[in-house]
Ligand binder design. Structure first.
Ligand code: SAM
Length: 442
C-alpha cells in the first residue's frame, strides 16, 4: 500500500469531525456535519470515514500517547489542540504518512493559531517532531496486546487472569464484527415464515445451533420490515438463552426487574404463550418508551410496565408474589464490545464497585419478590467476575435458603460451580453470565 496522502482541507475536516464528535452523539452525526462543511464527498468521504472511525476505536490509546508526550491528560487541553493532536497521532504514529502529508501536519500549527491562540499553534509546532518520532515501549505482554487489539491494559490483565493465553483469542473476537442476529417472535410468525421471507430477499442466513428461534444474518440487510411487523426482534443468541434458562411457564407471575428495551420480556411472554402476568421495571424513561414499542409490535399482552427503580419493586407490587424473577442487571457491558467498539475506552476500573453495589441491591430486591420455591435468574453482559460470580457468592452467603440450580448448557461453566458463561471467542456471541437461584423454605 502507498503512503497516506492527506491535504490540508482533509486534515481540517478530520479535526473538526473529531472535535465535534466530543459534543455530538452518535459520532457518525458529528462526522457527517463536519464533512459536509468541507464538502467531503465520494471516494474522499470513504477514505476519511475510515480514518475517522479508526481514531474513535483507538481513542484511548491515542490519548495515552498524547499524555506521555505532553505530560498531562489530553482531557484538560484546549479542545482544538486535543482534536489536532488526536489526528496527528493517528496519522504519524499509526499510519505511514507521505512527505507532503507530514508537511501538512506541520501546517496545522497555523490552523490551530487561527482557531484558538497563536501560543497554541507554537506549542503544537514544537511538539510535532516528538509525535512523528514516537516509538511505543512494548515491554510487557499487556502492552503488546494493548497495541495489537486496542484495549485498556487493566482490562487485558483481568482477562488474562481469567483465561491465560486464551485471552488473546477473546480480544481478537471482540474486535470482529458480529453478524446481526434476529430472534423469531413465535407470537407473530414461525421460524419458517422468517426464513422464507429472507430467502425471497436473497439474504443469506444461518440458524443458531443453540437456540432454534435465533437466526444470524450473513449479508448486509435492513431487517426493518421484520421488526416492524413484530415477526422478529434484534437479539443476540446469548441473551435469548437467558429467558430459556429461566423458562417461565404459561399462567405464572414473573417480574423482569431491569427490563428495557424489552428483549427478554417479549421472549418470556412468548414462552408463556401470552398467559399469566409479567411486571416489567426499568428506571430509564427513554428505554421504557422503546420497550413499550417493542411489546406493542410483538403482540405481547401480559406485561405491566412500571417506570421505577427496581429496588422499590417489593414496595410497589408486594413481596413473595413471583414464580420467577429475571434480573438482567445493569452492568459494565464489556461483553458487548464487538457490538459497541468505542465502549472499551469508556470502561473504567474505578467504576466497577459502584455497578456491583447496585447489582447487590437489585438482587436483594429480586429475592424479596420471589415466592418460596420460585426461581431467580441473575444475568449480565459483563465478563468481569466481580459483577458475576462475585455478586452471586456474596448473595448465597447471605441467604441460607438460596440454592444454585446448575445451568448445564449450552455454554461453558462459569468460575462458580453451577453458573454459566457465554464467551465471544468460543461461542460467537456476546459475553454473558447466568446464575439460576431457587428459593427454598427457611
Ligand atoms: N433486559 C433488557 C433486555 O433484554 O432488553 C436489557 C436490560 S439492560 C442490561 C439493564 C437495564 O437496567 C437498563 O435498561 C437500565 O436502564 C436498567 N436499570 C439501571 N438501573 C436500574 C434500577 N435501579 N432499576 C431498574 N432498572 C435499572
Amino acid at each position: 500500500m502507498g503512503k497516506l496522502k492527506l491535504s490540508d482541507r482533509q486534515l481540517h475536516a478530520l479535526i473538526e469531525a473529531v472535535k465535534l464528535g466530543e459534543e455530538i452523539k452518535p459520532s457518525q452525526s458529528a462526522k457527517r456535519k463536519a464533512f459536509s462543511k468541507y464538502r467531503i464527498e465520494g471516494w474522499e468521504n470513504s477514505k476519511l470515514t475510515g480514518i475517522f472511525y479508526s481514531i474513535q476505536r483507538r481513542l484511548g490509546l491515542i490519548d495515552e500517547v498524547i499524555e506521555e508526550l505532553v505530560g498531562v491528560s489530553p482531557l484538560i487541553l484546549d479542545p482544538w489542540l486535543r482534536a489536532t493532536l488526536r489526528v496527528a497521532v493517528e496519522v504519524a504514529v499509526f499510519r505511514e504518512p507521505g512527505e507532503k502529508t507530514l508537511q501538512h501536519l506541520k501546517g496545522l500549527a497555523q490552523f490551530l493559531s487561527r482557531k484558538t491562540h497563536p501560543f497554541v499553534g507554537y506549542y503544537y509546532y514544537d511538539l510535532l517532531p516528538r509525535v512523528v518520532n514516537y516509538v511505543p515501549k512494548l515491554d510487557t505482554e499487556e502492552k503488546r496486546l494493548k497495541w495489537e487489539y486496542l484495549f485498556p491494559e487493566w482490562f487485558i490483565a483481568r482477562m488474562r487472569s481469567l483465561l491465560g493465553d486464551e485471552a488473546e483469542e477473546l480480544l481478537k473476537a471482540l474486535n470482529e464484527t458480529l453478524p446481526t442476529s434476529l430472534r423469531v417472535n413465535r407470537l407473530k410468525a414461525s421460524v419458517e415464515d422468517v426464513e422464507s421471507y429472507l430467502r425471497r430477499k436473497n439474504v443469506r442466513f444461518k440458524r443458531s445451533e443453540r437456540v432454534e428461534t435465533v437466526i444470524r444474518i450473513l449479508d448486509s440487510f435492513n431487517p426493518g420490515w421484520l421488526l416492524n411487523k413484530g415477526w422478529a426482534i434484534a437479539q443476540e443468541e446469548a441473551p435469548a438463552v437467558a429467558s430459556l434458562v429461566l423458562s417461565p411457564k404459561p399462567g405464572e407471575t414473573v417480574v423482569d426487574l431491569a427490563a428495557a428495551p424489552g428483549g427478554k420480556t417479549a421472549h418470556m411472554a412468548e414462552l408463556m404463550e401470552n398467559r399469566g402476568k409479567i411486571y416489567a421495571f426499568d428506571v430509564d424513561r427513554a428505554r421504557v418508551r422503546r420497550m413499550k414499542e417493542v411489546l406493542r409490535r410483538t403482540g405481547v399482552e401480559i406485561v405491566e410496565v412500571i417506570t421505577s427503580d427496581g429496588r422499590n419493586a417489593p414496595e410497589i407490587i408486594g413481596e413473595e408474589i413471583a414464580d420467577r424473577v429475571m434480573l438482567d442487571a445493569p452492568c459494565t457491558s464489556d461483553g458487548t464490545i464487538a457490538k459497541n467498539p468505542e465502549l472499551r475506552w469508556r470502561l473504567r476500573e474505578k467504576n466497577i464497585p459502584k455497578v456491583v453495589a447496585l447489582q447487590k441491591e437489585l438482587i436483594e430486591s429480586a429475592w424479596k419478590l420471589l415466592k418460596p420455591g420460585g426461581r431467580l435468574l441473575y444475568s449480565t453482559c459483563s465478563m468481569l467476575p466481580e459483577e458475576n460470580e462475585g455478586v452471586v457468592e456474596w448473595f448465597l452467603k447471605r441467604h441460607e435458603n438460596a440454592r444454585l440450580v446448575p445451568v448445564d448448557g449450552p455454554y461453558s461453566p462459569g468460575f462458580l460451580e453451577g453458573t454459566m458463561r457465554a464467551w465471544p471467542h468460543r461461542h460467537k456471541t456476546i459475553g454473558f453470565f447466568y446464575a439460576l437461584i431457587e428459593k427454598g423454605s427457611l
